[in-house]
Design a protein around this ligand. Sequence first.
Ligand SMILES: Nc1ncnc2c1ncn2[C@@H]1O[C@H](COP(=O)(O)OP(=O)(O)OP(=O)(O)O)[C@@H](O)[C@H]1O
Ligand SMILES: [Mg+2]
Length: 250
Amino acid sequence: MGRIVALLNQKGGVGKTTVTVGLASAAAEAGHRVLVVDIDPQASSTWVLGLDPETIETSTAEVLGKSSPQGAIFESTWSERIHVMPATNRLQAREQGKPKRLRDALTPLAEHYDAILIDCPPSLGNLTTSGLTAADHAVIVVEPSALGLRGISAVADVIDEVWDDHNGELELAGVIVNKVPAVSGEADRRYEELTRIVGKKAIWQPVIPQRVIVNQATGERRPIHSYGARSIEVSTAFDQLWKRLRKTLR
Ligand SMILES: Nc1ncnc2c1ncn2[C@@H]1O[C@H](COP(=O)(O)OP(=O)(O)OP(=O)(O)O)[C@@H](O)[C@H]1O
Ligand SMILES: [Mg+2]
């Protein structure tokens, strides 16, 4: 089984980037090595992991062109165990690229990492298709709200399409539920609804609570694990989800 994982949802702001970098942080804490591949022109994970997208010369945009991926790998400021293949806004011009190119670039890198995590943009266009074509596993990130669940079947359809057209290895590994409020009847009902849509077994445990510290960590470009007791609930959730992901990759 391969080690390349695409984290996706067409819905914006559900936490694709937060989950990607949270898993990377948990991996580094556990002594594992990961490569975060940013294919979102917003370059959020690139920025959060300490790089400046404005000054990057070789990014995933160039790798989707013809550049060698070696020149597009940087160490994050978080840990020597977390490497980044950064995004720049030049990716916008790559919406038309050949989906297989990213796969060709990432496949030979996989043996150097415990996992390669692809942070997808909030769309189901060509960039997400490239991410899914490169991936062995797809993980959908959702929010337990009415708008957060809308369109989830379109995401599943795109995974099917990529499986049909470009990548017979791809499988839906699971669904990670993020931004779960402490007490909310509405969120509970949406969680039930999600269970009906994807099945109980597809939802990975634990869910990630909604906490201000997560937002603060994003703004301060710091790993969630660096806040000690203040973030223990969230960082423990990421530790467990990282373990769950490792089980899938083994
Ligand atoms: N569990 C959480 N608790 C509180 N805030 C959160 C949580 N998860 C994410 N956020 C905040 O929500 C915002 C959006 O998260 P994030 O950027 O990870 O979403 P995204 O799906 O990657 O967005 P986009 O679709 O734009 O790429 C960020 O400010 C982030 O800090
Ligand atoms: Mg994002």
